[in-house]
Design a protein around this ligand. Sequence first.
Ligand code: PMP
Length: 293
Amino acid sequence: MGLKIYLDGKLVDEENAKISVFDHGLLYGDGVFEGIRAYNGRVFRLEEHLDRLYSGAHAIMLKIPLSKKEIGEAVIKTVRANNLADGYMRLVVTRGKGDLGLDPKKCPRPTVFVIAHKITLYPKEMYDKGMEIITVPTVKNLVSALDTQIKSLNYLNNILAKIEANLAGASEAIMLSKDGYVVECTGDNIFIIKNGVLMTPPTYLGALPGITRGVILELAAKLKITSREELFTRYNLYNADECFLTGTGAEIISVVKIDGRIIGDGVPGKLSKKLMKEFWALTKKEGTPIYKK
Ligand code: PMP
């Protein structure tokens, strides 16, 4: 059976969920989106995803035609319509239908849709054993050109990096800043641990303020693990004791080899595993309920 899709206020069958070829989300990547997860009948960190969506929309002067509350309800309604308790939701707001010019002034009404489905980015074995990734030549967009805090529909920068990883037979690509600092991966934030200190690149460098990243920083504070948002280079990656990636899609996954260099002991690290355990415990107990008791 096909999915039920939320599109501009209505739940429609997947085959009827159609968008105009004049939609500027499609023509120009003009819009913002969120990837959100549901665990155990609850939407995880829904408010934070909505806050990021609205902040991004505000930054690109895109007025979302629904309140945060209404859009949150649309997400929940879509999950419910598809009878999901665990799943992955894609919430998208585009500039809407315009003409063939790029001027957003010509787009009177934004398009809003929600897909509630499932996602599996990597095989289970990779989550157990850790993944091998590489750094790639495509540098991260400059925040002075396109601030990457905006989770925009324009993902070509990341897709080019992913293609480079694919060509090299690696599962993910680490993107560097123009000056060679580590920024993030194509769809996940990156963390390293050195001498018990947890480090992740700052968002001003071009890393998305990931919701999962935020949860890990919270959990580190709770577990009294020192954490810092800090600049570091490939040298620091290669010499880290532990490394892992975070994202709503990928969740949390250890990295055991980077550019051919073994990280730490070449297996998922102790502190990483501790953080992951706390993370999974959190997903089991918190979130916005989808089905009323
Ligand atoms: N970086 C990028 C480029 C992303 O697209 C994402 C989300 N897929 C993330 C990091 C992780 O963010 P979050 O934890 O909010 O999913």
